[in-house]
Design a binder for this molecule. Structure first.
Ligand SMILES: [Zn+2]
Length: 375
């Protein structure tokens, strides 16, 4: 490799790590699956390359994107301290991991143990793993029965693929519902996982002898009060989920091509052709007020609500053109233009298969060695 080529590889790896970073979160509301980050980074059978490689998380992101038909999958990674100090990581990888840990994008604990399964036990999120969790069935009996919550990552042509079912949305009445209905704070106020700045987008508390504890510091948490409910929405363009956002009580969110509000959901980058000119910069405003979910049309060309009482009934079309806020039912979807849909992510989304992009860029061909087709 020439010096120029090496510099190109370094640039590409940085670019890929940035792309992966957009898919990691420890926000319990936004996460869609959990993973033991070390298990994936040390999974050298995926590409037959170095013993440890952080880019393997990108293979997981791509595999889960294809599995779910989404461009916006969010992973909740848990890492033991041994991964962060692994001398076989490049200095760039160690720096990025340290930053993710400090920013609370990944959860770091002294040892991972059963933490990934505990998160799944409390939230109902699926876990992506290499081998499943043999030996933990007596503590978590659902590991035996609810196999749709256990996804396996296996080597495949070009990287990796997920084996397992497509998990349904987490049940709001799961065992952790009471726990997650409150705001918890770590006694160490600067804790990246559950500190003072994490009161809204909060990680999942741990449980020791029935007491909520900080998974990072193992200290009992402070009960700050009830948590405002939140609903997660997905934006689908031509059947592919392009982005997700949380709507929290007492706060409104504008969705459009390029909303004036910096906290709005900007969908312009995914629009093409007629949709790019028909969707307004500020198209709809959503709000959650007194348990009512309201949508207001702010657009030039109007908005259609496809209203249905269940996933099995035919939809009625309701045309919104300005006017007062319209109350949405749980199965309703909002069409900004044909093929551009906003719908609750905790309901079955009418997805098409295929279409999502890749976070890996050209990385598999340079920094990871994809396995040969047959081995
Ligand atoms: Zn803490």
């Amino acid at each position: 490799m020439t010096e120029g080529e090496e510099a190109g590889v370094r640039f590409e790896v940085t670019h890929v790590l940035d792309a992966i970073e957009r898919h990691v979160t420890t926000d319990a509301t936004m996460a869609q699956a959990t993973v033991d980050l070390g298990e994936i980074a040390w999974f050298d059978d995926l590409d037959g390359g170095r013993a440890v490689n952080l880019l393997r998380l990108g293979l997981l992101v791509d595999a889960l994107s294809r599995h779910l038909g989404e461009d916006s999958v969010m992973i909740y990674p848990v890492a033991g301290r041994d991964l962060l100090s692994d001398q076989d990581l490049t200095s760039k990888e160690r720096m990025v991991l340290g930053r993710w840990a400090g920013d609370g994008l990944i959860e770091v604990l002294p040892a991972v143990g059963d933490r990934v399964v505990e998160i799944d036990d409390l939230t109902g999120l699926p876990v992506v793993s290499r081998d499943g969790y043999p030996g933990w069935e007596s503590r978590y009996p659902w590991l035996r029965t609810q196999t749709d919550r256990l996804l396996r990552l296996v080597p495949a042509e070009g990287g990796a693929r997920i084996v397992g079912g497509v998990p349904g949305p987490p049940k709001p009445d799961g065992p952790g519902a009471t726990l997650l209905a409150r705001i918890w704070r770590c006694p160490r106020r600067d804790c990246p996982t559950l500190g003072e700045h994490r009161l809204e987008s909060q990680a999942v508390p741990g449980i020791r002898s029935g007491v909520p504890v900080c998974p990072r510091h193992d200290e009992p948490l402070v009960n700050v009060g009830p948590r405002a409910p939140a609903i997660v929405f997905a934006v689908l363009v031509d059947g592919v989920v392009r982005t997700r956002f949380a709507l929290r009580a007492g706060r409104s969110v504008v969705v459009g091509r390029s909303p004036d509000d910096p906290d709005g959901v900007r969908i312009g980058p995914w629009l093409a052709g007629e949709a790019a000119s028909m969707v307004s910069r500020n198209h709809v405003r959503l709000e959650l007020r007194d348990d009512m979910l309201l949508v207001s049309d702010m657009s030039t060309n109007g908005t259609v609500v496809r209203s249905r009482n269940s996933p099995f009934t035919a939809a009625d079309e309701v045309h919104l053109g300005g006017g007062p806020p319209y109350p949405l039912k749980p199965w309703d979807s909002i069409e900004l233009h044909q093929g551009v849909v906003v719908a609750r992510a905790d309901r079955n989304l009418a997805r098409s298969v295929g279409g999502p992009g890749s976070v890996m860029g050209d990385a598999p061909t340079i920094a990871l060695r994809p396995p040969p087709v047959a081995r």
